[in-house]
Design a protein around this ligand. Structure first.
Ligand SMILES: Cc1cc2nc3c(=O)[nH]c(=O)nc-3n(C[C@H](O)[C@H](O)[C@H](O)COP(=O)(O)OP(=O)(O)OC[C@H]3O[C@@H](n4cnc5c(N)ncnc54)[C@H](O)[C@@H]3O)c2cc1C
Length: 636
């Protein structure tokens, strides 16, 4: 293998996105080189080793349904698990797992080693070789040359990384890793625009130095659960999280040190994650808030480190220690790693096609935090899609572009490539307009077929999916036929659940439609062999059927505009009446469909009508379709 320098695809970076991309490419039958500057940091979690949560959990489930790996890695490594948003309804209910960071990484490393056609190699990419506008290889800092007609850049927060702690800053990658200095210049030479973002992390403290008895503990959820549709559901190992909080003393310490804060002094004013602000940001921006909750979370079975969720900071280390000692339970805590902020280059994502290929260098794809996102789940989802699309293009097939009504992954990529982002982008339920259709529980219904058709979802998994669907269907039919008697026993159980008693027998399915009767509640009235998660699926679908039908109708009404294809090379400057702003933004983003154009900030309804007229004109003029696929639907 070492003599072979020719690959189908080279993936730069062994983080969450690079691992998913490499696995997808090789599982789809192509020879892949995963080039990582330090193979010991494969799938490293430089921040809190937690996977899932609102919207992010949906990304993990979708990735799993398509044939990706992250859900299995998270399940393998879960120490502590919780269902979140249970009171807000099933549409936004999701899992969050606190993982053992070594188990998570070792699972990825093992799978990478087992997949045929994938070669993992240690080397720092210093140049992406481009010939006549096409990527054709990578050169490492050591001067080694590798060739491939597709390159996926998944270099995370390493590109020209600079770490900030107080007024001190130095070149570094995250968690003491070395930064990646040269690849930025290589990209800039191709005309790709780079910008800078910042992200922060928290100090880590020693587990043995925390007074756990004085803190409210959060045990793991007692019911067995898993992200993956394919692995076993399991109970967890008795690890717990705990809550503490800041006080006026914590805030005073931070305020007294503002002269040494890179954020307050504006030494560091690069945009950071709005939805995950540092404690410095919170205290500066919300001075009236008296206290902020902090969660103490384990990072590994054998690790003595504790992660301090909600306490990321760029303050000087001595200030961090003082602040930690003001937190209840942490009065004697030993700080093992100080928190820090890291600035890095990213590729502004409006330069990418909806299949993650750069417009200026064909065959070059971007994936993960390099596209302006934040989070392991976003990174893995982008990596999977970049890997799939690189492989599809090698097969000579059209790209896989998931719709906004099909997957959170579709929303993620559409948001990034259409609107760009001026802060590290994090997936949120509110970004997804069709979230009633795109629940945690139905990711398999939405995406297994896609995974199977492209060849990523194995035949065994497809068969398991079909068997599950059959079991659900049969049970649904059975529930629609079973009559629950209107007897004293039934009515006593119904009253206990706060449900009105029966005057005459009722079908079990009709009882399940009552909001106060859950699947578990129904099992007090009838027997069923179905597993708890499939039973919950029947309940969710029954209760949401009306909303889902309405939402599906709305999607159908929007879809003709959504999928109306804009011909390649559309000259927006020549569309009469189009506003200068719309013309400039449409020319920059190059939307592929009218739906995508409609989401570009600054493009209004009148502009869209003018573009639609121009599409129709182009269609009339097109020579039997050879002048571009004007007016046809985008393949997906
Ligand atoms: C300080 C900090 C705080 C964070 N906070 C949060 C948070 O609160 N919540 C959250 O969800 N996420 C957070 N994240 C983000 C999360 O860690 C990332 O989104 C995720 O790791 C990105 O995955 P990735 O695969 O894109 O990149 P990374 O995980 O960064 O992996 C990049 C990979 O590329 C390799 N590489 C880089 N350059 C080269 C090169 N030239 N040649 C070869 N290999 C190269 C590296 O070795 C590494 O393997 C934080 C990250 C950091 C650094």
């Amino acid at each position: 293998m070492n003599r072979n320098r020719d690959f189908d695809v080279i993936i730069i970076g062994g983080g969450h996105s690079g691992c998913e991309a490499a696995l997808a490419v090789s599982r789809l039958g192509f020879r892949a080189l995963l080039l990582n500057h330090n193979i010991d940091n494969t799938a490293l979690m430089p921040c809190n080793p937690a996977i899932g949560g609102p919207a992010k959990g949906n990304l993990v489930r979708e990735l799993d349904a398509l044939g990706g790996e992250q859900a299995l890695a998270a399940d393998f490594a879960t120490l502590h698990l919780r269902w979140l948003n249970t009171s807000k309804g099933f549409a936004v209910r999701t899992l969050r797992a606190q993982c053992d960071l070594k188990d998570y990484a070792s699972r990825y490393s093992r799978v990478l080693a087992e997949v045929p056609g994938l070669f993992v190699y240690q080397g720092m990419a210093s140049e992406i070789v481009v010939d006549a506008g096409r990527a054709c290889g990578v050169v490492t800092r050591a001067g080694e040359k590798f060739s491939a007609s597709r390159v996926i850049l998944a270099s995370g927060t390493y590109m020209r990384g600079v770490v900030h702690m107080g007024m001190t800053s130095f070149p570094s990658g995250p968690l003491g890793q070395v930064p990646s200095p040269e690849i930025s210049e290589s990209l800039a030479r191709t005309g790709i625009e780079l910008r800078r973002f910042r992200t922060d992390t928290t100090p880590r403290i020693c587990r043995h130095s925390v007074d756990w008895d004085s803190l409210p503990l959060q045990p793991s959820d007692p019911s067995p659960a898993a992200f993956s549709h394919w692995g076993p559901k399991k109970l967890h190992r008795g690890y717990f999280c705990a809550q503490t909080r800041t006080s006026a003393r914590t805030h005073d310490i931070l305020k007294a040190a503002l002269g040494r804060s890179p954020l307050a002094t504006k030494k560091l004013d690069t945009a950071g994650p709005r939805y995950c602000p540092s404690i410095d940001d919170k205290i500066l921006k919300f001075p009236d808030k008296e206290s902020h909750p902090i969660f103490l979370e384990p990072v590994g079975r054998e690790s003595r480190e504790v992660y301090m969720q909600n306490f990321s900071t760029t303050s000087p280390p001595d200030v961090q220690i003082e602040m930690i000692h003001t937190l209840p339970g942490c009065e004697r805590a030993l700080m093992i790693r100080p928190g820090y902020g890291i600035e890095y280059d990213y590729v502004s994502p409006e330069q990418l096609e909806p299949w993650l290929e750069t417009r200026s260098v064909r065959g070059l794809y971007c994936a993960g935090q390099i596209c302006g996102t934040s989070g392991y789940e976003e990174a893995a989802a982008l990596g999977l899609m970049a890997g799939i699309n690189a492989a599809l293009s090698l097969r000579g097939q059209g790209p896989l572009v998931l719709g906004r009504d099909q997957a959170y992954i579709g929303v993620l990529i559409d948001d990034l490539t259409t609107r760009g982002t001026d802060e590290p982008y994090r997936m949120l339920p509110s970004r997804c307009e069709h979230r009633l259709l795109m629940r945690h529980d139905n990711a398999d219904d939405r995406l297994c077929r896609v995974g199977m058709e492209i060849g990523l979802l194995s035949a065994d998994r497809w068969a398991a999916f079909e068997a599950r669907k059959r079991a659900i269907e049969q049970e649904r039919e059975r529930l629609a036929a079973i009559r629950v008697p209107a007897c004293d026993r039934t009515n006593a159980i119904l009253r206990e659940m706060g449900s009105s008693p029966l005057a005459e027998p009722a079908f079990a399915m009709d009882l399940l439609l009552r909001p106060e009767i859950s699947w578990d509640g129904l099992l007090k009235l009838i027997d069923s062999d179905l597993s708890a998660d499939l039973g919950a699926k029947i309940e969710i679908e029954a209760k949401y059927a009306g909303y889902a039908r309405r939402e599906a109708g709305r999607v159908r009404r929007l879809s003709s505009m959504e999928r109306l294809r804009i011909p390649d090379g559309m000259e927006y400057g020549e569309i009469p009446g189009l506003s200068a702003e719309a013309s400039e933004k449409l020319s920059r983003v190059c939307p592929r469909t009218l739906g995508q154009a409609s989401r570009i900030p600054g493009v209004n309804n009148v502009d869209l009508q003018l573009v639609q007229v121009a599409i129709e004109r182009a269609r009339r003029l097109s020579d039997g379709g050879r002048a571009g696929a004007a007016g046809r639907d985008l393949p997906c």
